[in-house]
Design a protein around this ligand. Structure first.
Ligand SMILES: [Zn+2]
Ligand SMILES: [Zn+2]
Length: 371
């Protein structure tokens, strides 16, 4: 009888041991399942919109242009999203901003992050009104600020400085991390901004880079690529877009560095899922390094060659002339863009400088007098 009791006791101990071991194992499994971070690069044509989901939280970085705003909202609804924990506006150009207004109207938004400048467009005003209606304000976190998100975090990389007349240069860039995996989104940040990020001492090493400004030559310098050394690049641009995005300079660099390429213009919406150690994709990289069809106005000819020694010898005036065609002037009112800030009876004090591509994206046409 005593023996029997001992056997029962032993059995009990064994059962408890196995049950607790089992519990530990299930917990470990749950933890690794929990570490998932899904990054959706939405096909918003000529624009940018990225949805990130992790640990029950949602983040949206840019919302694409007006035409695709309802697509973005319905895409989020299909993921059963009701709350957006972080809504990040890189900058206030319509191809990034419009869809965010749709999101603000459709979902409960907890926190909004944006760049600290104002844009004189109706769209910007609607955005600010939608933010206000949500009962929140636009935060402008400093470079280096870290936010916990899902099973990971993100760090603000830019803007270090605010430019009064260059919307793109004010882009809020972030590095998103999940365990060992990381992603960098830079909006329409261009060379100067990339340089500041390189100087920031923040570790820019990443697995996935979204080349700035839709793959335009105004972004993705050699220096920036050497700091980020991504394994993958995701280009977000519209099929057959009128700007010739992505630019040949950018695509040549990606190819030179053997960076695998995904493109929304060819592959539609692309989804990357990180488990903290590896990244799985919903499709294979297309690795199409061909440039957009440039009946292109040539947003930034040759500037990519910043690291190519022979180009550094280019006389300064020539380089300056090139930069001037890349950016144009807009008057406070009017529908034309100008090569000079005081064309006709424009008030130069109210004129602002933007990239030519962006002026065109916002529907401005070249002034016949100065172009
Ligand atoms: Zn822009
Ligand atoms: Zn853009």
């Amino acid at each position: 009888m005593r023996k029997r009791k001992r056997i029962w006791a032993l059995l009990l101990v064994w059962t408890m041991l196995f049950t607790s071991l089992g519990a530990v194992q299930t917990e470990a499994a749950a933890k690794s399942a929990d570490q998932t971070m899904a990054v959706h690069f939405l096909d918003v044509g000529q624009g940018l919109s990225i949805l990130v989901q992790s640990g029950g939280e949602n983040l949206i970085y840019d919302g694409g242009d007006k035409e695709t705003s309802s697509f973005v909202v319905s895409y989020l609804r299909k993921q059963n999203i009701t709350t957006i924990d972080y809504l990040i506006s890189s900058h206030y150009d319509s191809d990034h901003l419009a869809g965010l207004i749709g999101c603000l109207n459709a979902f409960d938004v907890k926190q909004v992050i944006g760049s600290d400048y104002t844009h004189d467009s109706k769209l910007y005003q609607s955005f600010m009104n939608a933010v206000k209606a949500e009962g929140v304000t636009v935060e402008h976190p400093e470079v280096g600020t870290e936010f916990e998100f899902g099973t990971g975090e993100f760090t603000v990389l830019s803007p270090e400085t605010i430019s009064k007349n260059d919307s793109n240069a004010n882009s809020v860039a972030i590095k998103l991390e999940n365990g060992e995996n990381s992603f960098i989104f830079t909006g329409d940040a261009e060379h100067n901004s990339e340089e500041e990020m390189c100087d920031s001492k923040i570790d820019l090493d990443c697995d996935v880079l979204v080349p700035g400004h839709h793959g335009s030559a105004t972004a993705t310098t050699w220096d920036f690529l050497e700091e980020t050394v991504p394994e993958y690049a995701v280009i977000s641009c519209g099929a057959g877009n009128q700007y010739g995005h992505p630019d040949k300079d950018t695509m040549d660099k990606l190819q030179d560095m053997d960076i695998q390429v995904f493109r929304t213009d060819e592959q539609g919406t692309i989804v990357a899922v990180s488990d903290g150690t590896r990244i799985d994709w919903n499709t294979k990289p297309c690795n199409d390094y061909s440039a957009g069809d440039s009946g292109d106005t040539g947003t930034q000819p040759q500037s990519a060659a910043a690291s190519a020694p022979q180009v550094q010898d280019t006389p300064a005036p020539a380089a300056e002339a090139q930069t001037q065609t890349a950016s144009v002037w807009l008057s406070a009112t009017g529908s034309k863009y100008h090569s000079i800030p005081d064309c006709g009876n424009m008030n130069p004090d109210n004129a602002r400088q933007v990239s030519r591509a962006d002026a065109e994206a916002q529907g401005y046409e070249a002034c016949k007098k100065c172009f």
